[in-house]
Design a protein around this ligand. Structure first.
Ligand code: XIL
Length: 393
């Protein structure tokens, strides 16, 4: 029923139309223009938000690669929102930090298995695969690991790797045995990062062999990975290939090559996929895992990572739509490309939703939105872009 109020609104709304309709030609008539009582058009409802069917994400790539996420025990113990997404859409997990040496072996001779055990048990009870991350890194490792002679360092490292890999033998299907051992410095004359591990080995990269050999001895069936960032850049990639080539030529155990893939909205899918193709071309038979995928909404210059200067300004809660569209298109381009590459056996995002991403504090504290679910745990257009070829972000 029309109320008086509706009638008033109609009249007001119709006024502009009525005047245009008059063409400015009238004005001398004392009779008002006739009013047609057309009911107001109801507003078009917004399109229903995309909600993936249970299993849709992992099923879309079944037979090609696992779909993983980095998680922390708090996410499986909390209110269940992350666990629900994880259990519905993923079939693999990585520990975001609770399988690093500083958590597992905080002081010499002390092992704390609480968090890694909880993650492994959670994954197993939900039928998920587990990627171990990481046995050797220049960060998140207590200082005692680096004390003493190279022989002492080696014995300690071998003992640590043996303890951890043995505990989860047959349960963790792939380990990032060595993480970020390639240098960013193109002027060194060799491809190895100068780090606490380099120094403790006696100024060489022997620790890479020690870790890989101990891992193989502890679990002959586990896939052993080397893992690295910025593999899309030609110089870094060439150094990565040099390190891998040396391991392969000397028959040091190695089953796969990891690409962290912390990228941003300015990254081109073709550069990322070129890194996968370069490894395929050099090392037929090695698996490839995308280990830590996320797409920052900020296209930062190098200086932002080097000394936190020149970083893009925080969008706060107003992330521009076109940035999210670009992100969605990049996610789509990547997953399409991954699907076409047989060596890729696992793709993991570094987190589940934008509510909990390490990029909120790295390289600076700022709101980021790098993942496939938003802060309210609603799936983003990026996920729809991956799963629905007819969708235009
Ligand atoms: C990060 C985690 O996300 C943080 O929670 C932690 O405090 C520091 O490490 N490359 C890696 C990961 O290989 O282990 C890092 O994870 C991110 C960069």
């Amino acid at each position: 029923m029309f109320t008086a109020r509706d009638r008033l609104k109609l009249l007001a709304g119709g006024a502009a139309f009525a005047f245009t309709g008059c063409g400015g030609g009238g004005g001398n008539s004392s009779t008002p223009p006739p009013i047609t009582m057309t009911p107001p058009t109801p507003p078009t409802p917004p399109p229903a938000a995309f909600e993936p069917a249970v299993g849709q994400f992992r099923d879309a790539f079944s037979g090609k690669f696992a779909i993983g996420a980095a998680i922390k025990t708090s996410q499986i113990n909390e209110d269940g929102r992350d666990a629900e997404i994880l259990e519905n859409q993923f079939n693999s997990i990585t520990s975001e930090f609770e399988m690093k040496p500083e958590v597992i072996a905080p002081s010499e001779g002390v092992f704390d298995w609480t968090a890694p055990d909880a993650l492994v048990e959670y994954a197993e009870s939900n039928g998920m695969a587990i990627r171990g991350h990481t046995l050797l890194w220049h960060q998140a490792t207590p200082d005692y690991f680096f004390a003493g002679t190279p022989a002492e360092v080696r014995a300690r490292l071998e003992n640590y790797v043996t303890e951890v890999v043995t505990r989860y033998r047959g349960r963790i299907f792939a380990w990032d045995v060595v993480n970020e051992v390639v240098t960013d410095d193109s002027s060194l004359g060799d491809p190895y990062r100068r780090s606490n591990w380099w120094d403790a080995s006696g100024g060489n990269a022997d620790y890479i062999d020690w870790a890989l050999e101990a891992a193989r001895a502890a679990d002959p069936d586990c896939l052993l990975f080397i893992n690295e960032y910025s593999t899309r850049f030609a110089g870094k990639r060439a150094r990565y290939i040099e390190v891998i080539r040396d391991l392969v030529d000397r028959n040091i155990p190695l089953d796969g090559v990891g690409h962290q893939m912390h990228i941003s909205v300015e990254t081109n899918a073709s550069d990322v996929l070129a890194a996968i193709d370069a490894i395929d071309a050099e090392f037929m038979g090695l698996d490839q895992h995308v280990t830590e995928l996320d797409i920052s909404i900020y296209a930062d210059p190098e200086s932002c990572f080097a000394d936190q200067t020149g970083c893009r300004a925080d969008y706060g809660s107003n992330v521009p739509e076109d940035i999210l569209r670009t992100q969605a298109e990049l996610y789509r381009g990547l997953f399409n490309g991954f699907s076409e590459r047989n060596s890729i056996k696992s793709v993991s995002t570094w987190g589940i939703s934008d509510a909990q991403s390490w990029l909120d504090t790295f390289p600076v504290t700022r709101t980021n939105a790098p993942l496939l679910w938003d802060r309210d745990r609603d799936s983003k257009t990026a996920l729809q872009a991956i799963l629905d070829p007819d969708f235009t972000p």
